[in-house]
Design a protein around this ligand. Structure first.
Ligand code: AMP
Length: 287
């Protein structure tokens, strides 16, 4: 039976989540953008496009086996779901912010009874309770930044990435509640039933993320410098060294290097007399 996977249907997490699936070789077909779900036949996976905030509930109830959503949404849902892997995108933090003009600089300055507008009522209540503050939560579904301006609340709890939206609305961030990024989630029940299939999806996505951070480097290097080159480019278990037909002075070296090391590697190789240096993108890398 196919496993069911949920992907955010729109919003900030949609584009990269879909990109990771496509790069993993999960075939979404031609017109996936217009469908609520597609079946990747060759991989035996049904992909459902669901609102990011609904995905934790779908996982917890067993309606789907695995899903991509934000850590903030998983925490706010309160459902007992299992994080399998961080996806290193959608980075933001859930923070308390107050109008710059309020004079509130930290949590201690907040008077009891303050009104806090947020679309994260559960995390907000929990946070203020842990600080021993009695506040009242005004639950809203978006545009928290405008609430103090309208006199609806004294403070807000909202997601912040760069902080520029807060600044634009003359709000100051006074305390962080949690960091968040996109992640892959599942449940104990799904893992028990479809653990191998779920592992395959996670491993595929991981291989894409690893590959994105690496380059395949090839160069012809003088045999006499091979030892120095090997020290320079340890690769995954050492570089591959190949003979070049008709040339007994040079060998071809193939190695996987971190993208950030390519600049130095190419220059070092040049200095050692390497020729025909080239780098290629890697689609997937299973270490
Ligand atoms: P959506 O409402 O569907 O666009 O998705 C919102 C989710 O994107 C949040 O719950 C976070 O997990 C993530 N996210 C990342 N950066 C931000 C940001 N600056 N503001 C709001 N959400 C963000």
């Amino acid at each position: 039976m196919a496993i069911k996977m949920a992907v955010p249907n729109k919003g900030r997490l949609n584009e990269r989540a879909v990109e990771l699936l496509l790069k993993s070789g999960i075939d979404l077909g031609e017109d996936w953008g217009r469908k609520l779900y597609v079946t990747a036949k060759d991989q035996n996976i049904e992909i459902m496009f669901i609102r990011a905030q609904d995905i934790p509930a779908f996982i917890a109830t067993g309606a789907i086996d695995i899903g991509i959503t934000g850590e903030d949404l998983a925490a706010e849902s309160g459902y007992k779901i299992k994080k399998l892997m961080d996806l290193e995108f959608g980075a933001c933090r859930l923070s308390v912010a107050a109008p710059e003009s309020s004079g509130i600089k930290n949590i201690d300055d907040i008077p009891n009874g303050a009104k806090v507008a947020t679309s994260f009522p559960n995390l907000t209540k929990k946070f203020f309770k842990s600080k021993g503050k009695e506040i009242s939560v005004i639950e809203i579904s978006g545009a928290a930044e405008i609430m103090p301006y309208l006199g609806i609340s004294d403070l807000i709890v909202d997601l912040v990435a760069s902080g520029s939206t807060l600044k634009m609305n003359r709000l100051a961030e006074i305390s962080k509640i949690m960091d968040s990024q996109a992640a892959i989630y599942s449940s104990d029940a799904a893992l028990k039933k479809n653990g191998a299939e779920i592992d395959d999806v996670v491993a595929s996505i991981k291989s894409v993320m690893t590959a994105e951070d690496r380059k395949y480097l090839m160069a012809d290097v003088p045999k006499s410098k091979l030892e120095q080159v090997e020290k320079l480019l340890p690769g995954i278990g050492g570089p591959t060294v190949l003979n070049i037909a008709g040339n007994d002075k040079m060998v071809a070296v193939h190695v996987v290097v971190r993208s950030r090391d390519v600049y130095k590697a190419v220059n070092d190789l040049k200095r050692l007399g390497a020729k025909g240096i080239l780098t290629l993108s890697i689609e997937r890398l299973v270490e």
